[in-house]
Write a new protein. Structure first.
Length: 146
């Protein structure tokens, strides 16, 4: 991956609907040359896909929390994933070093919905408890940029 590839990726991260011609003007390449590079970046797995960024608050999911998940024994990462991925409220899940087995980012309509979600998660065999920190406000979120 060279500097031009990085500029192309940056342009697509800003607006994935941007045309190859528009990107080409930015990086001094023709539209077909940009397309070839994008195709290669996709084939190499550098660009994994394209998605619309949605504001969950506009859908009524205004409450979110970071949840430390504690499991009994040595619950494998795959088991933790299976326990939490079926809950649509779980936006992301990460295994972590330390006391907790995983950290979850959970979104809900309100605190009652969050509580109901946590109860469903804790009902899974092997999950012993959760520790929740409700987010009061988002100061900033920084997308990955090289």
């Amino acid at each position: 991956m060279d500097d031009i590839d990085r500029q192309i990726v940056a342009a697509l991260r800003e607006d994935a609907r941007r045309s190859f011609q528009s990107i080409g003007l930015r990086v001094s390449l023709s539209a077909p040359a940009v397309k070839r590079r994008v195709d290669r970046l996709e084939a190499d797995g550098i660009i994994r896909g394209y998605a619309a960024r949605v504001d969950p608050g506009r859908f009524g999911w205004t409450t979110h929390a970071h949840v430390a998940l504690y499991c009994e024994g040595r619950m494998a990462a795959l088991e933790v994933r299976e326990a939490v991925e079926r809950h649509p409220e779980v936006e992301a899940a990460y295994t972590v070093a330390g006391e907790a087995s995983a950290i979850l980012h959970v979104r809900a309509r309100d605190t009652a919905h969050l509580e109901e979600t946590l109860e469903r998660i804790r009902d899974h065999p092997g999950i012993t408890r959760t520790q929740t920190q409700i987010v009061l406000s988002t100061l900033f979120e920084r997308p990955f940029e090289e």
